[in-house]
Write a new protein. Structure first.
Length: 347
């Protein structure tokens, strides 16, 4: 009896984050699964980031869309729980690790090469089960009055040098940082990654809750530099072109310059043809010019389709020497959380 009770409790634990998730104004109704004329999207991206593009799609096509917003990890857990019964036709994920986790559980419908082939092979599933929509590069943001690119090490690994003690800001509880650590584990192995984390901790980094706070602190001179995603800086520069910070990208395929993606998939291998066609239409819209231009100019992410230019303030994606790895393998978030707790970067 206790065994069955534990299974019920575990199931509830998986579902609880989802049950508490906010819904958009077009919230899911109880009979949504049977409404084939609607596209039902689960989004691990915030409404402020993806909502305007969804609105563009509805206006351009006249199609109805219903969206449920929540964390990427929470949505991934829900999709695994729902299986073939999921009402979702599309899953928009904040990072490739979640897409890789679903692919490895055989939960994704294979996409045609005519769609995935629009994106460089680095930024899509090798087996065509998901495709990246935007690129999100790791960078070191630095205060231009406190340091310079010429003073930067050639690898993220070298920030364990004692000369950086007290000068670094980081956010170990942030999802993008955890994806980066997962990438380092994949590239360098667990032993080297754990040693790096311990070396950074020995340098007494200042802990911040998220990337925005790190960039603000760098600009204010609270710390000399911080580990962030690239696009947060440009939000500050939009408000103040003299904001005293810039991004630095590590050379040579360093894990510190990992380019992760926000991507999409069809989270049901048994999806019927009518719903699949609408899902494909939406994904094609995300890779078309209007949507890619929006991401480039409004959220400052990297467009992944040829011919679409990033915001003028940004270094070209082709100049970032990102590690050569299958982004699907960024799926072991749990192993990363265990490591971060082990070294006491997280409680």
């Amino acid at each position: 009896m206790f065994h069955h009770l534990n299974k019920i409790i575990c199931s509830l634990a998986v579902m609880l984050p989802f049950l508490m998730l906010p819904q958009s104004a077009t919230a899911l109704s109880a009979d949504a699964q049977g409404q084939d004329e609607e596209i039902i999207i689960y989004s691990g991206r915030k409404e402020s980031l993806i909502g305007p593009v969804i609105a563009q799609y509805m206006e351009a096509t006249g199609n109805k869309v219903k969206v449920k917003y929540g964390s990427t990890s929470g949505m991934t857990a829900l999709l695994l729980e729902e299986g073939d019964a999921t009402p979702a036709s599309v899953f928009v994920a904040q990072d490739a690790g979640a897409l890789g986790a679903l692919a490895k559980k055989n939960r994704l419908h294979k996409l045609p090469e005519s769609l995935t082939g629009r994106v460089d092979a680095r930024f899509r599933s090798p087996s065509d089960h998901w495709v990246g929509v935007t690129g999100r590069a790791r960078a070191v943001v630095y205060n231009v009055n406190r340091t310079s690119p010429s003073q930067m090490p050639t690898s993220i690994r070298e920030f364990t040098d004692p000369k950086w003690k007290g000068r670094i800001g980081w956010a170990p509880g942030n999802g993008s940082f955890q994806a980066f650590v997962t990438g380092m584990r994949e590239r360098d192995g667990d032993e080297a990654t754990e040693a790096w984390l311990r070396g950074i901790i020995a340098n007494e980094p200042v802990v911040y809750p998220k990337n925005t706070a790190i960039v603000r602190a760098v600009g204010a001179g609270e710390v000399d530099l911080g580990f962030v995603n690239h696009y947060y800086l440009y939000r500050f520069l939009k408000e103040d072109p003299d904001f005293p910070a810039r991004n630095h990208f590590m050379p040579g395929g360093d894990p510190g310059s990992l380019v992760n993606v926000a991507g999409v998939c069809i989270p049901n291998p048994e999806l019927d043809d009518a719903r699949k066609a609408k899902a494909m239409e939406f994904m094609e819209f995300l890779l078309a010019k209007d949507a890619q231009d929006y991401f480039a100019t409004k959220t400052y992410e990297y467009p992944l389709v040829d011919g679409i230019q990033p915001s003028v303030e940004m270094i070209g994606l082709e100049k970032i020497q990102t590690p050569d790895m299958d982004l699907s393998n960024l799926d072991d978030l749990e192993g990363t959380l265990v490591m971060l707790r082990k070294v006491k970067a997280l409680p």
